[in-house]
Ligand binder design. Sequence first.
Ligand SMILES: NC(=O)c1ccc[n+]([C@@H]2O[C@H](COP(=O)([O-])OP(=O)(O)OC[C@H]3O[C@@H](n4cnc5c(N)ncnc54)[C@H](OP(=O)(O)O)[C@@H]3O)[C@@H](O)[C@H]2O)c1
Length: 289
Amino acid sequence: MTTYAVTAASGQLGRLVVEELLQRGVAPGDLVAVVRTPAKVADLAERGVQVRHGDYSQPDTLGPALAGVDRLLLISGDTPGQRLAQHTAVVEAAKAAGVQRIAYTGLLRADTSGSPLAPDHVATEAVLAASGIPVTLLRNGWYLENRTASLGQYLAAGEVVGAAHDGRISAAARADYAAAAAVALLADDSEDHVHELGGASFTLAELAATITEVTGTPVTYRDLSTEEFAQHLRGAGLDEGTAAFVAALDASTAAGDLETSSDDLARLVGRAPTTLAEAVRAAAAASAS
Ligand SMILES: NC(=O)c1ccc[n+]([C@@H]2O[C@H](COP(=O)([O-])OP(=O)(O)OC[C@H]3O[C@@H](n4cnc5c(N)ncnc54)[C@H](OP(=O)(O)O)[C@@H]3O)[C@@H](O)[C@H]2O)c1
C-alpha cells in the first residue's frame, strides 16, 4: 500500500489533484490532504480522505502531517519572500518522515527564467536536490485561469492592457496541471524527472482576438512599456510594489519566459491540454449562467 499526500489541498490546484488521484483509483484512506485550514476540506474528510493540519510556516505541524507518507506533492506556497523557508521546512519534514518521492509544482523553465518568481523556485529545487529524495519537478506554466478570471473586466473595458509585447504564453488549465501532478505521483519509478509543462501558446494580442471571437464583443490589446504599465496599474489602484511586480511579470513574458515548446504536459496527461479558446468559452458560459 502506498500513501500519498497533497499539500495545500484546500487550494484550487490541490483540490483538483485530490480528485484526480481518487478518480485514478487511490483509496481515500491512502490519501492525505495536508492543509493549513482543515475546516476548508471537511467534505474530503467526510469522503474518507485523511485530513491533517500542516502549515508551511509552522514546522512543528509538518512532521505529524507527513507521518507514514510515501509520495508527496508539494504545492508551492503563495507568499513570495516566505516560500523558500516554507518549502525547506516541508522537505526537511518529508526527509524525517521517510517520504520516498516528492513532486513539486514549480515554475516553467525555472533555471533560466528571468521572472521575479524564479528565485524562490530555483532555491527550492536546490533544496530538493540536496535532500537526496527522488524528485519530480513539475515546472508549471501559466494558468489559463490567470487570464479568464479577468474576462468580465476585459469585456467591460474593451481592452486587455499589458507590457508583454509579442511574448508568448504557453498556458494550460489548472485541471491539466492537476492531472499531470497525479500522473507523476502515481508513476512507479525512482528516477528524478523535470517536466516543463504548458499548453498551446498565445500572445496578449491573440488573447484579445480570441475573446472577441468567442464572445462577439470587440476587445483589443493595448501594449505599453513596462514603466507605462506599472503606472497604469497604480492608476487602477494597485500599490507601488504590486504594480511593479505585475509589470515585471509582463516584462518577463515579453522576454519569452512563459513560453515552452515542450509537450511534457500533453504526454503526461495523454491528451491535448485545454486551449485558450476552450477556456474563454467556459469562462464566458460560466459568467452568463
Ligand atoms: N502557474 C500559475 O499560473 C500560478 C498562478 C497562481 C499561483 N501559482 C502557484 O501555484 C500554487 C497553487 O495554486 P492555486 O491556484 O491552488 O492557489 P490557491 O487556490 O490560492 O491556493 C493556495 C493554497 O496554498 C495554501 N497555503 C498558503 N499558505 C500556506 C501555508 N503557510 N501552509 C500551508 N498551506 C498554505 C492555501 O491554504 P488556505 O486554504 O489555508 O489559504 C491554499 O490551499 C500557488 O500557491 C502558487 O504558488 C501558480
